[in-house]
Design a protein around this ligand. Structure first.
Ligand code: ADP
Ligand code: MG
Length: 515
């Protein structure tokens, strides 16, 4: 048997749970090519197999589906045709993904039927399938509620309920639905909850509906994938699109995920990238399911190269082969940071993560570096010249590598004619290369200077004797001494007079008013 079983584990718990799995499930796991258990799987599978309630926290992409899927499939009885397990997911996309994974895991267990149930699809078909008898329902809370209300589903035989991406479901306003659904299942069920974050509402849900749950948390450090090259780049906010374009061109990226903090930003970035000739599309929470599905399908096929999304819209999506993640806006907190960059570097491949910082946001990156313990490097924006030389080099390489390919006779004839017309044939080739470079030229504008100019550092003259005991000079934004009465203006990169600023009484700053 290949895979997990053959490799063996240092982790005794993991070995123990493998022994407890039945042959058909072990065969299915081996077929899926999983070599070893991920940390959350190693920690969560044994207690779930024992029937304990579990509350598990780990980053997206750490294999949570199999962490509950393996014990879930193991617990099913194919000879009983009633709903034995229910998995709730936030979106249709995830319901389909999860149902697919469960089907793979149960592939050698004959007579099992797993039904994804979600809104936006005709309810009659789902009703028919439910009547015929399914053992597992994987659904979105809204549609599952719908079936319960219509009485088209019977949950009295359920022994396990899984809440997957629980934080996301609560964010989407499914709290009441989830509670109603849980209350409509047998009291003695096993309840398993997975969530990427553990805010208070999740803990409240756990307290109310789980029995003595076992907490499993996979720490940030393990969560940050080592294979991801992380860096941050200081940029002015109005140069962000140019910076993004340059990096996309320089690194020759064919599949990128760009994160913005707001829906408005998503729309702006998409428009600007499209105007520059990138195939870009946006994903945000307000879109209809059908639009999201269409975009995701195009992205997966590779006909969209840059997907721009908000955190909520992109959460939980399992997309392979993302070459780079861009934090167009600095993520709100470190959990989001880890989440976002975890989208690249999947399946042991190398990935890149760039974060754009404006002004003092740089301090947030230092903080994230400290918390995650990851190597997050400071990088300079690529200069126009550097970009051009990369493009030239790449063009030459492309020509070299394809020159040996078979050509059709007409093209060859054209080349012969052209080269014959010139005294210096390199003229013709150079003209052709310039055309190709110009076609790329619209994507990034090499003439813009993206460098952040350091404020002038003037040697500070020794203070005259009478000043030495007085107030010390205040440091400016970047460490240079501040001229009296002026402050550093980030937007203009220069000192600004403060003389015309309106005076505000202390009370407005929260200070005490003196009587
Ligand atoms: P999560 O739910 O934590 O975001 P998923 O369950 O969607 O993560 O898994 C992410 C990807 O990792 C999937 O493509 C899955 O097939 C793969 N995967 C899961 N477990 C393993 C494993 N043990 N070894 C290799 N790949 C795995
Ligand atoms: Mg998942």
């Amino acid at each position: 048997m290949r895979g997990w079983i053959e490799k063996g584990f240092d982790n005794l718990e993991a070995v123990k749970f493998l022994d407890e799995l039945s042959d058909d499930v072990r065969r299915a796991i081996a077929d899926m090519g999983y070599e070893e258990a991920t940390p959350i799987q190693a920690a969560a599978i044994p207690p779930i197999l024992e029937g304990k309630d579990v509350i598990g926290q780990a980053q997206t992409g750490t294999g949570k589906t199999a962490a509950f899927g393996i014990p879930l499939v193991e617990s099913l009885d194919p000879t009983v045709r009633e709903v034995q397990a229910l998995v709730l997911c936030p979106t249709r996309e995830l319901a389909l993904q999860t149902a697919g994974e469960l089907k793979k895991l149960s592939r050698y267990r004959r007579g099992l039927s797993i039904l994804p149930v979600y809104g936006g699809a005709p309810i009659e078909r789902q009703m028919r399938a439910l009547r015929d008898g399914v053992q597992v329902v994987v659904g979105t809370p809204g549609r599952v509620m719908d079936h319960m209300r219509r009485g088209t589903v019977d949950f009295s035989g359920i022994h396990v309920v899984v809440l997957d991406e629980a934080d996301e479901m609560l964010d989407m306003g499914f709290r009441d639905d989830i509670q109603t659904i849980l209350e409509g299942t047998p009291e003695d069920r096993q309840t398993v909850l997975f969530s990427a974050t553990m805010p208070r509402p999740i803990l409240n849900l756990a307290k109310r509906y789980q029995k003595n749950p076992m907490h499993i948390e996979i720490a940030h450090k393990e969560m940050t994938v080592e294979k991801i090259d992380q860096s941050y780049i200081s940029v002015r906010s109005f140069h962000k699109v140019e910076l993004l374009s340059r990096l996309l061109v320089r690194d020759d990226i064919h599949l990128a995920l760009v994160f913005c903090n707001t829906k408005k930003c998503v729309e702006e970035v998409v428009t600007q990238l499209q105007a520059r000739g990138f195939t870009a599309a946006g994903l945000h929470g307000d879109m209809r399911q059908i639009e999201r599905d269409a975009i995701m399908a195009r992205y997966r096929q590779g006909s969209v190269a840059v997907l721009v999304a908000t955190d909520v819209a992109a959460r939980g999506l399992d997309i392979e082969n993302i070459e780079a993640v861009f934090n167009y806006d600095v993520p709100q907190d470190v959990e989001y940071y880890v989440h976002r960059i975890g989208r690249t570097g999947r399946a042991g491949k190398a990935g890149k993560a760039y974060t754009f910082v404006v002004g003092r946001e740089v301090a947030r990156m230092w903080e994230y570096r400290k918390i995650t313990g990851a190597r997050i490097l400071c990088e300079q924006a690529p200069t126009g010249e550097a970009l051009l030389s990369v493009q030239r080099e790449r063009l030459m390489e492309k020509i070299r590598s394809s020159a040996g390919n078979e050509r059709n006779e007409q093209t060859l004839e054209m080349a012969r004619t052209l080269l014959g017309e010139f005294e210096h044939p390199e003229q013709a080739v150079a003209a052709m290369m310039d055309m190709l470079l110009a076609a790329e030229g619209s994507r990034a504008d090499a003439s813009i200077d993206l460098r952040i100019v350091e404020p002038p550092r003037q040697p500070r003259p020794a203070a005259p004797q009478w000043q030495r005991r007085g107030p010390q000079p205040v440091k400016g934004a970047q460490g240079a001494a501040r001229p009296a009465g002026r402050s550093w203006d980030e937007r203009r990169d220069g000192w600004r007079d403060r003389g015309n600023r309106p005076y505000k009484p202390r009370a407005e700053y929260g200070g005490r008013r003196s009587k």
